[in-house]
Design a protein around this ligand. Sequence first.
Ligand code: GRF
Length: 200
Amino acid sequence: MKLAVLVGSKGRGSNMTALLNACKSGRISASGSLVIAPSENIPAVGNAHDLRADIAIIHPSDPHFGEDLLAILDAERIDLLCLAGYMRLLPKDVVRDFEGRILNIHPALLPKYGGKGMYGMRVHQAVIDAGEKESGCSVHYLTEKYDEGEVLLQMKCPVHPDDTAETLAARVLELEHECYIGAVRKWIRQHIYAGRNASL
Ligand code: GRF
């Protein structure tokens, strides 16, 4: 099982780092991993270098982005693509060719607080403004629309009365790392080990 993590141009790469570390420690049973990034000059790529990960650079605004991405996934024999801080829609041909094998993480309890324009602090501010008592994160299958695919795993945390978007984001982010690792483990159980009687 080989995993690729696709990060966005503003990505800090904390979810990517959590996933790569889980592959190294064996919590995720992957035989290899690859980071795909839009440029060398983003924090996530620095972290990926530190972790000695393989890195491929392709920019989403390149007209051949979809083809190039599929070519990399094919050449590297990637089983599962995890989006982490990648804020755009993926080209339709990628979503179709890789159906059921692309995951994304969203910092709220979908189906609430998702969709176009719902990213970063906007999500957490919307949760606070609505007076929610709990929030969390969701790992879901990717579709051609923002944040609409089936949820694979969610984790919840409380929203405190004195929370700001920033304090809530920090609490949710900690949860995201565990949730993404748990979701990838679940995906592997369902897709790779299913029927083989393996216990992960
Ligand atoms: C996370 O909050 C994730 O839910 C969202 O983008 C952010 C990426 O953070 N999709 P990081 O780059 O993984 O630290």
